[in-house]
Design a protein around this ligand. Structure first.
Ligand code: ADP
Length: 301
């Protein structure tokens, strides 16, 4: 059953086309990812889903409702954690919870929600005293306080340390296990790979691929990645001109070259021709990162 249907969504802000043509469906009980680089149109898309923005063209249906026309009804059934949601500095966790509970017909048990999110001992703490991870968990708690059927989570692990990120991921899985359909907006590859059942790759306001994370990786399955530290600077074009190479990235002193076919041979011979020694050369398997680079045809400088 489709919980969300988005068809040919378009949205412009003055001269900027934020969403050019986006279509996808989300099934009940899945974690659906909207993945793409900054400025791709992800937030605009979810704002149209939640009725915060009116699309210029196209249709959106969430739980069979029209997000603009049925906004009040939808607000009761869809929990939203938008980017950079902030609370008043001096509001306590418990006060925020009570306030948000009052907005809903079927509020969740606030105490249980705080317990599930590991915030029970923070009930009396003011918002400003919470750590980044605790603020993020509170934002998720507030998105779930109306016992929603759908939760929309936008960039939920931005700024969190690795431990807090992992805990937040476990939490999202836990939420899904409770029967909530989750729409997760992210530009973080490992987050999408770890959490999403399916994802839409959005780039330049368009869906460039729609698949499971494994399916996306499989599409570039013949891809592999070569990582090395060149003894001296290499002109990227030497590599990008090779037909085997699909992307070149710089990671500190390392060069990461993604491509197909006889990539190792092609790259090492062009380096040899230019008398460049490659230190610590390693070959790695394709990941969602590579799929993303290839499917968005992005060459990160
Ligand atoms: P993402 O969430 O993928 O980063 P957004 O949907 O926020 O992308 O933005 C898509 C494009 O629309 C960007 O070029 C952005 O600068 C532009 N944009 C977003 N919101 C507005 C706005 N309120 N007014 C003007 N331009 C906007």
């Amino acid at each position: 059953m489709n919980i969300i249907e988005v068809t040919n969504l378009h949205k412009r802000y003055g001269p900027t086309t934020a969403v050019e043509d986006v279509s996808f469906t989300v099934e009940a009980g899945e974690i659906f990812g909207i993945l793409g680089p900054n400025g791709a149109g992800k937030t605009t898309t979810v704002e149209c889903l939640t009725g915060l923005r009116a699309p210029d063209r196209g249709t959106v249906s969430v739980l069979g409702l029209d997000p603009r026309r049925d906004r009040d009804e939808l607000r009761q059934r869809v929990g939203v954690q938008l980017q950079e949601s902030r609370l008043p500095d001096r509001q306590t966790v418990g006060e925020a919870m009570d306030l948000y509970r009052s907005f809903y017909r079927r509020p969740a048990d606030g105490g249980r929600l705080l317990e599930m999110l590991g915030l029970t001992d923070k009930r009396k703490a003011q918002y400003r005293t919470l750590s980044g991870g605790q603020k993020q968990r509170l934002a998720i708690a507030l998105a779930l306080v109306g016992s929603p059927e759908v939760a929309v989570l936008d960039e939920l692990t931005t700024g969190l340390d690795p431990q807090a990120r992992r805990e937040t991921w476990d939490l999202v899985e836990h939420v899904r296990d409770q029967g909530v359909t989750v729409v997760l907006v992210t530009h973080v590859m490992d987050e999408a790979e770890r959490l999403c059942d399916r994802l839409a790759l959005i780039d330049g306001g368009r869906v460039t691929a729609l698949d499971t994370p494994a399916g996306l990786v499989e599409r570039v399955g013949a891809q592999h990645r070569l990582r090395f530290r060149p003894a001296e600077a290499v002109d990227d074009r030497l590599l990008t001109d090779l037909p085997e190479v699909s992307a070149v990235q710089h990671q500190g002193a390392q060069l990461v070259v993604t491509g197909t076919g006889n990539l190792v041979q092609a790259v090492t011979s062009v380096l040899a021709q230019h008398h460049v020694v490659a230190h610590d050369l390693r070959v790695e398997q394709a990941s969602l990162d590579d799929a993303f680079l290839t499917l968005t045809d992005r060459r990160i400088p």
